[in-house]
Design a protein around this ligand. Structure first.
Ligand SMILES: C[S@@+](CC[C@H](N)C(=O)[O-])C[C@H]1O[C@@H](n2cnc3c(N)ncnc32)[C@H](O)[C@@H]1O
Length: 464
């Protein structure tokens, strides 16, 4: 925070916020750094961690130092996601609202995908996750992060919240991690202070209500709405809860918390709806507000036309070539988008058809690859997925230096007797594909994902 000061009126505007301790808050911003934390991918299990666990999330861990994640191949393999600890509270909420019944889950404001990968971690394949992002340029990072996570039960869309209005009652859990004035990120990203003003808080409040009103019809009766922001301002938090409770038939859900965690439980002034406030200095994490409401009114019926598309015999023959690349192919619905074959957990076939009628789908399930004659050209998504049948391919284990070369999309000096498509693995985790030819190796790591920067020289190297 060195060159930044809190914006005028900011601290005063928080003086009546539940649990706000001005001195403690100032000190946390001036004297302590944002802790670094990661959340492990339960489907990849590449890392086992010891050290300090994030108290409200079994897969969340604090790191003692901030390594260069760009130069960790396991980061690119999707073994973990770098996420600030307070945000992981959504995992704790899910423990109280998710039953064994399969659910459709919507993450409405999803990019870059921190909470989508978190939601996905808690969902077995019979649950569907739709991760939506309104801003087109932010969709690729969301899709890439879900590709790294590797599951076949998620769909990425690029829509305005109002486009979900027609999906009446489709979702059992809707997370609105709303765009906000961002004060909760001031310690981590002091530049955010330059954007803050009471007028912007007001604008955010209006936009938050609009987003919630737009998506509300898509929530099922008895479904759960999780509302979160990274703002401390009551206009964006408790006031929004009061507005929701007075506009719709919803009831507030209280989430048990451990008093040692330092989370402040608040209640909205009018409707007494529960909220959970995170202040740096009180918790080991950044600013967050989270709350849960349950819908207690009917949502009406979803109307949709069933698509009767059947695959031709030609496609059946292609499928016979594609299926061996996936473990347990009977668990998946295979379908084609242009020339590419994709697979989604088969429980979601009808949902996919319905969603296609309402939304712009940017990614669904796992892209397996395309056929060139009788050969398959495997897709990067398949390499990073947890559904791949690795035995169907050659596998090349890379050492650290080779893994970085591969991720830079450099020429690889690998002398291998094996030929053909090979998974390029680091510590057993696939990073992507290469094609082994008699006298060279073609690097198929996606160009747009390659590492562009150089590692920072170590202290020792700087001295030389
Ligand atoms: C707080 S961020 C989401 C962070 C994300 N949930 C995560 O955990 O990685 C809010 C997101 O809402 C999106 N957004 C901005 N305006 C919006 C609007 N009017 N409707 C819906 N989403 C919007 C932003 O592009 C941004 O990606």
């Amino acid at each position: 925070m060195q060159n930044h000061q809190f914006p005028a009126n900011f601290l005063d505007s928080l003086s009546n916020e539940p649990g706000f301790d001005r001195q403690n808050f100032i000190e946390a911003h001036q004297k302590s750094e944002s802790p670094t934390s990661i959340r492990l991918n339960p489907f990849k299990k590449a890392e086992s961690k010891t050290g300090e666990q994030v108290p409200w999330c079994a897969e969340g861990w604090y790191l003692d130092t901030r390594p260069s994640f760009t130069f960790d191949p396991l980061f690119h393999a999707g073994a973990y996601y770098v996420q600030e600890a307070s945000s992981m509270f959504i995992a704790h909420i899910l423990k109280y609202i998710k039953t064994n019944e399969p659910v459709n889950v919507l993450d409405l404001c999803a990019a870059p995908g921190g909470k989508s990968t978190l939601l996905n971690s808690a969902l077995t394949p019979d649950n569907l996750l739709v991760a939506n992002e309104i801003i087109k340029t932010r969709v690729p990072i969301l899709a890439d992060n879900l590709t790294r996570w590797g599951t076949a039960n998620s769909i990425v869309t690029n829509n305005d919240p109002k486009d979900f209005g027609g999906l009446t009652g489709f979702f059992d859990i809707v997370l609105v991690d709303a765009p906000c004035s961002g004060s909760g990120m001031f310690r981590k990203d002091p530049e955010a202070m330059d954007e803050w003003s009471p007028a912007n808080v007001n604008l955010c409040h209006q936009r938050q209500e609009r987003i919630l009103a737009d998506v509300y019809p898509a929530l099922s009766e008895d479904g759960y709405l999780i509302y979160s922001t990274c703002s401390y301002s009551h206009q964006e938090n408790e006031d929004v809860l009061d507005w929701l409770c007075s506009t719709f038939a919803v009831e507030s859900v209280r989430i048990p918390i451990n008093s040692d965690w330092g989370i402040v439980e608040s209640q909205s002034p009018e409707k007494k709806a529960w909220g959970y406030r995170f202040y740096p200095g009180k918790v080991k994490g950044e600013g967050l507000f989270a709350s849960v409401l349950r819908k207690r009114e009917s949502s009406g019926n979803l109307s949709s036309t069933k698509s009767n598309k059947t695959q031709s015999n030609k496609s059946d023959k292609e499928l016979d070539l594609i299926k061996p690349y996936v473990n347990d192919p009977s668990a998946y619905h295979f379908f084609k988008v242009n020339d590419d074959w994709l697979a989604i957990n088969k429980q979601h076939k009808d949902s996919l058809n319905i969603l296609q009628q309402h939304l712009y789908i940017k990614k669904s399930g796992v892209r397996i690859g395309r056929l060139a004659g009788r050969d398959v050209i495997p897709d990067h998504e398949l390499a990073q997925s947890i559904i791949i049948n690795k035995d169907a391919f050659e596998q090349t284990e890379l050492n650290y230096a080779q893994a970085i070369e591969y991720l830079r999309r450099d020429n690889l000096n690998i002398t291998e007797a094996k030929k053909g498509w090979s998974l390029m693995n680091f510590e057993g985790q696939p990073l992507g594909w290469a094609k082994l030819l008699p006298n060279r190796v073609n690097n198929y790591y996606p160009k747009e994902l390659r590492i562009l920067t150089s590692p920072r020289p170590s202290a020792k190297e700087r001295e030389l």
